[in-house]
Design a protein around this ligand. Sequence first.
Ligand code: LLP
Length: 399
Amino acid sequence: MRELAQRHGTPLYVYSAATLAERFAALRAAFGAAAHICYAVKANPNLTLLARLHRLGAGFDVVSGGELLRLQAAGLPTDGVVFAGVAKQPWEIAAAVAAGILFFNVESPHELPLLAAAAAGGGRPVRVALRLNPGVDAGGHAYISTARTDTKFGIGLPQAGAVVEAIAREPRLELCGYHVHLGSQVRQVEPYRLALDRVCEFVDAAAVRREGITHYDLGGGFGIAYGQGEPLDVAAVAAAVLPTLTARGWRPVLEPGRHLVGDAGILVTAVLGEKRQDHTTFLLVDAAMNDLLRPALYQAEHPIVPVVATPLPPRAVDVVGPVCETGDFLARQRPLPPLPRGELLAVLGAGAYGASMASNYNSRCRPAEVLVDGDRAQLVRRRDTLPQLFQNEVDLHEA
Ligand code: LLP
């Protein structure tokens, strides 16, 4: 790790190809060969990781034209892609129709005329799955809980019947499935079963809701441990939903993001110094909220460990970065030993929603990213350079 940090600098994201493959294999074993596992690109859209996941057998869940373009830029097939998103734009719909994706997850009636127009332009029917909002509270942080009826996501069951009928009236659209995404970092099995039960009840109420249905997309959200408690038992989720899906002839589609890449990544950061203020000891490090936003945004707790163990006794410290906000912390009151300047810390569970949510706030460069595969370490994203940060700004002399 020291060598990687020396070669590429810090803060540095480091990913493990072995963990990625292990997680994918576990999900495949739980859900079986028939399941279509669509990796949620938003969790970590690095092109090399996308290519690795494709090689493992993944399709992809995208939520923007940009994510679709990433797949195309990586030279990956798009026929296994599902496209969700509550406010898709006409150009994104047209691009996905042209790419020939598996299906669209329709979240709002306003999409139907856009999809029909794109289908007419593309000269072939477009497959859609309806994203239902079953009104299930799957727990977790409010910002990432999506299947309660007070969120913007999906179509509530009382309104969904009319949307199915509107799709049935549109000859260029084919309803091929239903989609439910409960939210993220879900640790309980029960919400997955409850959501499926509600969808079945909805479907059984009218023949038009059943015709042509081939897929049930149970979304993602599979929680990982982050060093506390148990991760979601994905085999138990499979056991809870597969009998119903098999009985109905619905192929399972999954959209895991965090489950596949979360534990496959760490953020390596170097100690810059230490400072005591009032009763708090601050450990100053070179990674900040712009590199890993989760602690600041969701009060997420990532385990943090020294890269080289030290025998010195730990004391509670706030691990903070250089960004000028009190909310810029990686951890608060965390037991860590005293560490001299230059020592490295690893923030664990940082593979999902770490690099993908990084920003240039405070005119800081987003970190480099490295993929480790056996004894080989490959740079998969160069660190931003400072001139890149303002290269899109207008020419000062013309302004
Ligand atoms: N499918 C849909 C429709 C989604 O909206 C999401 C995530 C996923 C799948 C993948 O969820 P996962 O398996 O990764 O939990 N930035 C937040 C997480 C936001 C998740 C948004 N949607 C975080 O850092 O916790």
